[in-house]
Write a protein that binds this ligand. Structure first.
Ligand SMILES: C[S@@+](CC[C@H](N)C(=O)[O-])C[C@H]1O[C@@H](n2cnc3c(N)ncnc32)[C@H](O)[C@@H]1O
Length: 260
């Protein structure tokens, strides 16, 4: 068997840490439409908690979902295998995303994995995982803080990155640019003047500041006003209030993609 592609990194994880991105994954059309609801979780960490939680959350919208947790550190796979239950398997592997029967996953989640790699390694890692997807599949790659209250991710299909999303616990937000510390690897070093992600975060903070009076109705209303202000300012914000009220905000990838 060829060696797994990637390197072992710290295994920090925790209960409920990935609930925001799981909520997003549960809305992906491929999950409902696919004939083979296999989801891969690449780099689940020191304990398999977030893989088990992913299975439970996705089973609410797709009861026959099957989740495979993949880890590059053998001891973590042995420990996880002791926790196997229906609809969940674990295996040793890397970005090549090995699955039961070598089936193509409908969705690959890779969270807090690339953070510990170099920016120059992101493109190859993405491509290897994208090539494993079903034709309508999605790769969701991102980062969050330890407790999952500040998160951001990129959603890719087999061809290209398509959207960038941030998700915040609104009650905690002082300035939404707090997400700068938890950007995906492809963006985190690009938060400097002249780069689109920098302009996006500056405009987002400004929109949040001018929406302060709406805060009297609660942080959720203030966030919705913020997103509207951002859109009015020309940012091609996606979706509508149903997603925004969760503290989410998505834009097409092209609008924040790093300069070449
Ligand atoms: C910080 S933990 C993240 C755990 C979990 N996904 C979370 O967000 O809470 C990152 C894990 O990814 C694993 N890892 C790093 N590169 C990997 C790769 N190429 N393939 C599979 N696992 C990888 C590391 O060994 C580590 O256990």
């Amino acid at each position: 068997m060829p060696s797994p592609i990637g390197t072992v990194t710290r295994g920090t994880t925790g209960h409920n840490r990935l609930r925001r991105v799981d909520r997003w994954i549960a809305t992906l059309p491929v999950l409902r439409l696919t004939d083979d609801p296999l989801v891969a979780d690449v780099g689940y960490g020191a304990s398999p908690t977030t893989t088990l939680e992913l299975r439970d959350r996705l089973a609410r919208v797709r009861p026959d979902v099957e989740v495979t947790g993949i880890e590059i550190e053998p001891g973590r796979v042995a420990r996880a295998n002791a926790a196997t239950r229906d609809g969940v398997t674990f295996r040793l592997g890397g970005f090549e995303t090995p699955t039961p029967g070598d089936r193509a996953p409908a969705v690959i989640r890779a969270f807090n994995v690339l953070r510990q790699y170099r920016e120059s390694e992101v493109g190859d890692a993405w491509r290897i995982m994208q090539n494993r997807l079903q034709p309508a599949g999605a790769l969701v790659e991102g980062t969050c803080n330890e407790v999952g209250r500040v998160a951001s991710w990129i959603t890719l299909d087999r061809e290209a990155p398509r959207t960038f999303t941030i998700a915040l616990r609104l009650a905690d937000v002082v300035a939404p640019s707090v997400v700068a510390e938890r950007l995906p690897k492809a963006l985190i070093h690009r938060n400097v003047p002249g780069e689109p992600i920098h302009r996006f975060l500056v405009d987002l903070d400004r929109a949040w500041a001018v929406s302060a009076p709406i805060g009297a109705y609660g942080p959720r209303q203030r966030w919705i006003a913020t997103v509207r202000a951002l859109r009015a300012g020309g940012w091609p914000v996606l979706h509508g209030q149903r997603r925004w009220r969760l503290g989410e905000l998505s834009v097409p990838w092209e609008s924040v993609a790093p300069n070449a």
